[in-house]
Design a protein around this ligand. Structure first.
Ligand SMILES: Cc1cc2nc3c(=O)[nH]c(=O)nc-3n(C[C@H](O)[C@H](O)[C@H](O)COP(=O)(O)O)c2cc1C
Ligand code: SF4
Length: 493
């Protein structure tokens, strides 16, 4: 008989912040949490922070979130504009990237991802302006609003032409991940020459972003996409693999040129600060249409594990920050002072990257209380912040905290664990959650993200992303019906 699935405390069912704290204590987690929120000008959420001459007027950040809703030629659609306006409505003074924008067609993660070319300046400027306009409508001023654009190549997760058809471009063969994206030969491996051309695409894209009025570009190094894959290219020969110096060459080549070509443009990096071996639904606890809890892929034969960054090579179910610290030292040398810390990948260990109560359709049941995942990310940021006090660090993974997000965010800022609270999923359902908290306005419980994961499930089924369960925009829409059908079809499998 299959072992029963573990059950976890639903945070929405807790009666108050005291009960939340008791729950945190029952899990033996170290998570800061204030009983009382400070409203108004003294709120820790509303304090400015300065980095490299840029003043960011509050401590709320919107993480990049793509919508799978651009046009086939990589331009924003009305749905894209709506999302960016909602980013503005959040009141966040730091907009980290808007969404991942591919620097060229073959690096798109889906055929509807935005991509940046020489003619994109006007579209990007309009997206940015729409955000600013809404921000001003909500907060009364655009003072201290800092907006970046996330630049990416999706590498192993490229799907530029047809939904559901991977066209991976990779740096090395991976003993676990190759079969998931249909890699069975060296054909998908980028040569050093291909990489040099790609670096030029990043330079061109950064120039367009600067011309469109962005304050910074994020050279994305997270979540299993190409930038992140460079960091773990231990087994790759040549100029871009092997030693730490070679594995960081791509980043250095981009940053150094951007600095000289667009001196006013700042550079930030979103980084998966740590990682783990890929997970899968535990085959012994799964049944058709019902994936079991996540379990690490078998890896005893792969030790020492050489296919990850920020991973303990002897036990890749654990992280190791040794090289992460080295990388942050390199950021300091390169004068990259704005860093957004994330972890893992939504493709191969989603419980690490975006802790959720309900898994996405291609995921697995949580292998741990999702609060453990939140605490892990927060703890890593605290440790790195302690070592690099001058680097402005944005933290990730807060959406799972739901009602208690403001209490934890305020305490984390007050205690110096992090400089800015990054918000992902909850922005799709309730963009102004932290602004409401900082203004002393009661939270609107019906808008709080419950981590249903539909915003991840929809794109996995070829549909645009968005908060289908809570955002009025999708209520009764054709898209909502399609998502229901896709979920039912998967269950039936
Ligand atoms: C629909 C969706 C799209 C996302 N797109 C991006 C992206 O384009 N770039 C990126 O760095 N992270 C992306 N992420 C990850 C989020 O930025 C964030 O790291 C993650 O949701 C965890 O934060 P949260 O707990 O606040 O949701 C995406 C997440 C979701 C749910
Ligand atoms: S679909 Fe909505 S409630 Fe579900 S995780 Fe995404 S934002 Fe949260």
């Amino acid at each position: 008989m299959a072992t029963p699935l573990p059950t976890f405390q639903r945070l929405g069912a807790l009666k108050d912040v005291g009960a939340f704290r008791a729950h945190v204590a029952s899990l033996s987690l170290d998570l800061p949490c204030d009983d009382e929120l400070i409203a108004g000008d003294a709120s820790p959420l509303l304090q400015p922070v300065t980095v490299g001459g840029l003043t960011i007027r509050n401590r709320i950040c919107v993480h990049p979130m793509e919508g799978w809703d651009g046009t086939p030629d990589g331009r924003p659609s009305e749905a894209t504009f709506r999302r960016w306006r909602r980013f503005g409505q959040s009141g966040a003074k730091l907009i980290w990237g808007g969404e991942a924008v591919a620097v060229r067609h073959d690096g798109r993660a889906n055929p509807n991802q935005l991509f940046i070319g020489p003619n994109s300046r006007e579209d990007l400027a309009r997206l940015r302006e729409a955000l600013v306009e809404e921000h001003v409508r909500t907060t009364g001023s655009s003072e201290g609003l800092v907006i970046g654009l996330q630049l990416t190549h999706s590498g192993r997760y490229s799907q530029p032409n047809v939904k559901g058809r991977p066209e991976p471009r990779i740096l090395y063969l991976h003993p676990i991940l190759d079969r998931r994206v249909g890699v069975d030969s060296d054909a998908a491996i980028l040569t050093d020459g291909d990489i040099r051309k790609l670096v030029e695409d990043y330079h061109a894209a950064a120039k367009v972003a600067a011309d469109a009025g962005f304050d910074f570009v994020d050279v994305k190094h997270c979540h299993g996409y190409l930038g992140h894959e460079f960091l773990s290219a231990h087994t790759r020969p040549g100029n871009y693999g092997g030693s730490f110096e070679h594995r960081t060459r791509f980043l250095r080549e981009i940053v150094e040129v951007v600095d000289s070509v667009s001196p006013k443009l700042h550079v930030g990096v979103r980084l998966s600060a740590f990682d783990m071996v890929p997970f899968r639904p535990d085959p012994l606890r799964s049944s058709p249409g019902k994936p079991g809890p996540g379990a690490p892929e078998p890896h005893d034969h792969l030790l020492p594990y050489r296919w990850g960054f920020g991973v303990n090579v002897e036990d890749p179910t654990q992280y190791d920050l040794g090289e992460t610290v080295r990388l942050l030292e390199l950021f300091r040398e390169l004068r990259v002072r704005l860093v957004n810390l994330s972890a893992g990948s939504p493709y191969y260990n989603p419980h690490v990257q975006r802790p959720a109560y309900y898994p996405p359709s291609d995921g697995y049941q949580p292998p741990e209380d999702p609060l453990v995942g939140v605490a892990r990310q927060m703890d890593v940021v605290r440790e790195l912040k302690g070592r690099f006090p001058e680097t402005v660090m944005v933290g990730t993974g807060y959406s799972y905290l739901q009602e208690y997000l403001p209490n934890v965010a305020q305490a984390a800022l007050r205690e110096g664990w992090v400089d800015s609270i990054g918000l992902g999923r909850v922005v799709l359902s309730y963009p102004e959650i932290l602004l409401d908290a900082a203004r002393g306005t009661a939270l609107q419980a019906k808008k709080i993200c419950r981590t249903f994961s539909d915003c991840t499930t929809a794109p996995r089924n070829g549909l645009p992303s968005g908060c289908y369960p809570l955002d009025e925009y999708y209520k009764g829409s054709e898209l909502h019906e399609k998502l229901k059908e896709a979920k039912a079809a998967r269950k039936g499998k």
